[in-house]
Design a protein around this ligand. Structure first.
Ligand code: FAD
Length: 617
């Protein structure tokens, strides 16, 4: 039997990130997956990032993860979404080339000397004396004290096109029946669903009648310091096109609604509310005159087009009919029909904040299996689970991230405390401390933590240290340079004449003090790059709000420092009502802070818990 420190099951987005994190911490890792070309496979849309999701990618990168580097290397075009809004909600997003994404992922994984990729199906989990001891695979047994399950949509996967049903994890891939093993271990397993649109032949689209959408000229990237030499770089960005559904499209869909897997009664599990099928959109927002559809190329050397916004489980003949009613798509050829998929997931309330299964020591879960949807959500969990699997195997410090530190912390706190009623995806609105949690400061928030845990590669750590030194020097200069309103006026900068001398850092909050104007007044600024000055101006603008948030963060950290025993029997806590006992028993909070965030928990219940707390070390 082969022995490893950590076994990762599944080389999707969660699995690859988990493998990289565990290997970076020095673990001997086996990444076991169904097909050799799994690493870097994008099951659905050819894009990474977006609002909230882009934050996750920059945080993964700041912690030494790989998704940002891979996406940068494979991009077809990139944009900063929400650019007109405040920097806290700017969302980097890249359209990527599927083939290049795989190539770049393979290159990045090949850099990890302690990682072995094994093509096999994991058929069971080995458990000894109540702890995970390894996995049973189609090519033999593997042993390890820590196993990370990242099986995506594959557990009990059933694909639906109209009334047709077929077992499978995604098109062209077998399903996995590990769900039964998880149920047998007492883990709470239930069903969710998601869907994908048809893929179109780009040569059959009339591009001449469509509107184009280009990437941003400044080509925003996810990774500040990551280096990935894989192919894509150097080729010119390519645009997407935009079209719309119309009244005729909606009529066709409505006329055939009963034939859709969802509305025909073939599926009853819940799908992602924020990524609805076109049937859902027509039923829910039927009065709209049309829904925008983005025609996204799948690669530089690929004729396939992904029609973003047309996810469906209608039969193929209906898909053909409604898609051809859309402008530019009148003659379109469908390369592959859209479909819906139902799969098993585990209620993430069964997990600790480190993503370990409470009931089965040594078992970690990450990605779609925990009820999330999206590559970025999966990858972020993978990094945490992989880092903690290595911690368990090698007796290293664990990685936990709280809500005040990162969107990753927000997501894991939401999942492990509240569970999911529908596939969970990230939004900036989920983060209460979002002024601090910006995509542009992810490295400052997280790279030191990643470094301390051995997750950040040396080249990235060096580049970060150099950038921090430059930033600190620039900030010191902005604090030193001062001017009165009168002095600014003498350079043609009109601000309120209140007679108060301010530092340049403070003046940067005033709209009249543009960066060009500041450079005119203070030639010393020549030593600061445009990007760095812009980033420091963001700090200046948010300084007052962030100071206010710091007080809330301090209060939260105080409550987070009060630990509750993992095996606390809430029924035995004096003063808790039946309802409070039920809510707390389901969520199993590990700190007083976490207990306070369980829905419906009263201040009286928190007071009742106080005698059971102890101070976290
Ligand atoms: P995956 O990327 O699915 O990877 C799972 C991996 O596990 C695979 O490599 C598989 O081979 C491997 N595996 C599974 N079982 C075993 C086993 N027993 N032994 C060995 N290996 C195994 N996300 C969105 O954000 N929006 C969408 O609209 C959307 N639509 C989707 C539509 C479809 C049809 C599908 C399939 C997925 C869709 N997704 C969507 C989800 C997106 O693909 C996932 O969120 C993301 O890929 C999850 O990453 P993961 O690492 O958890 O799993």
């Amino acid at each position: 039997m082969q022995t490893h420190d950590v076994i990762i099951v599944g080389a999707g987005h969660a699995g690859c990130e988990a493998a990289a994190a565990a290997a970076r911490r020095g673990a001997r890792v086996a990444l076991v997956t169904l097909r050799a070309d799994d690493p870097g496979t994008l099951s659905c849309n050819p894009a990474v990032g977006g609002i909230g999701k882009g934050h996750l990618v920059t945080e993964i990168d700041a912690l030494g993860g790989i998704m940002g580097r891979v996406a940068d290397a494979a991009r077809l075009q990139s944009r900063l979404l929400n650019r007109s809004k405040g920097p806290a909600v700017h969302g980097p997003r890249a359209q990527v080339d599927r083939a290049l994404y795989r190539a770049a992922m393979a290159e990045v994984l090949a850099e990890l000397p302690t990682l072995a990729i094994i093509t096999a199906a994991v058929e069971g989990l080995l458990v000894e004396r109540g702890r995970v001891a390894g996995v049973e695979t189609s090519v033999g047994r593997l042993s390890a004290p820590a196993v990370v399950l990242t099986t995506g949509t594959f557990l009990g996967g059933v694909m639906h096109i109209g009334s047709q049903r077929e077992a499978g994890g995604r098109v062209g891939a077998q399903a996995s029946d590990l769900g039964a093993a998880l149920r047998a271990m007492g883990l709470p397993v239930s069903r969710l669903k998601t869907g994908t649109p048809a893929r179109l032949d780009g040569r059959s689209i009339d591009w001449s009648v469509l509107e184009w959408q280009y990437g941003d000229g400044d080509d925003p990237r996810f990774s500040r310091f990551g280096i990935c030499s894989a192919a894509g770089n150097g080729r010119p960005p390519i645009p997407c096109a935009i079209t719309r559904t119309n009244a005729e499209t909606h009529r066709i869909i409505r006329d055939h609604l009963g034939e859709s897997a969802l509305y025909g009664g073939h599926i009853d599990s819940v799908g992602p509310r924020y990524c609805p099928s076109i049937e859902d959109k027509v039923v829910r927002f039927g009065d709209r005159d049309g829904h925008q559809i983005f025609l996204e190329p799948e690669g530089y050397d690929d004729i396939t087009i992904y029609p973003n916004g047309l996810s469906t489980s209608l039969p193929l003949h209906v898909q053909e009919k409604f898609i051809r009613s859309i402008k530019g798509l009148e003659q379109v050829v469908i390369l592959r029909p859209g479909y819906a998929i139902e799969y098993d997931h585990v209620d993430p309330r069964a997990l600790t904040p480190g993503l370990g299964a409470r009931a089965v020591p040594g078992l970690f879960l990450a990605g779609q299996i925990n009820g999330t949807t999206g590559y970025e959500e999966a990858a972020a969990q993978g990094l945490v689970a992989g880092a903690n699997a290595a911690a368990l195997a090698l007796n290293l410090p664990a990685l936990t991230i709280d809500r005040t530190q990162a969107y990753i912390g927000v997501m894991i706190d939401d999942l492990t405390l509240h569970g999911v009623a529908e596939p969970y995806r990230m939004f900036t609105s989920r983060a209460e401390y979002r002024l601090r949690l910006r995509a542009d400061n992810a490295d400052q928030r997280l790279t030191p933590l990643g470094q301390a845990l051995g997750l950040v590669p040396p080249a990235q750590a060096d580049a970060f240290a150099a950038a921090q030194a430059e930033r600190d020097a620039a900030r010191a200069l902005l604090d030193t340079l001062t001017a009165t309103p009168h002095q600014l006026a003498s350079h043609g900068i009109e601000v309120r004449q209140d007679g108060q001398s301010r530092s340049l850092f403070d003046w940067l909050r005033f709209p009249a003090v543009t960066h060009a104007a500041a450079r005119r007044v203070w030639p010393e600024l020549a030593s600061i790059s445009d990007d760095l000055l812009a980033s420091l101006a963001v700090d200046a603008n948010y300084a007052a709000y962030i100071a206010r948030q710091e007080a809330e963060v301090a209060a939260l950290r105080r409550d987070e420092a009060l630990a509750l025993p993992a095996d606390l029997d809430f029924a035995q806590v004096a003063g808790l009502s039946k309802e409070m006992i039920e809510r707390l028993s389901r969520a199993r909070p590990l700190t007083l802070g976490a207990a306070s965030r369980v829905a419906g928990i009263t201040p009286a219940a928190l007071i009742a818990l106080l005698p059971h707390t102890s101070r976290n070390k």
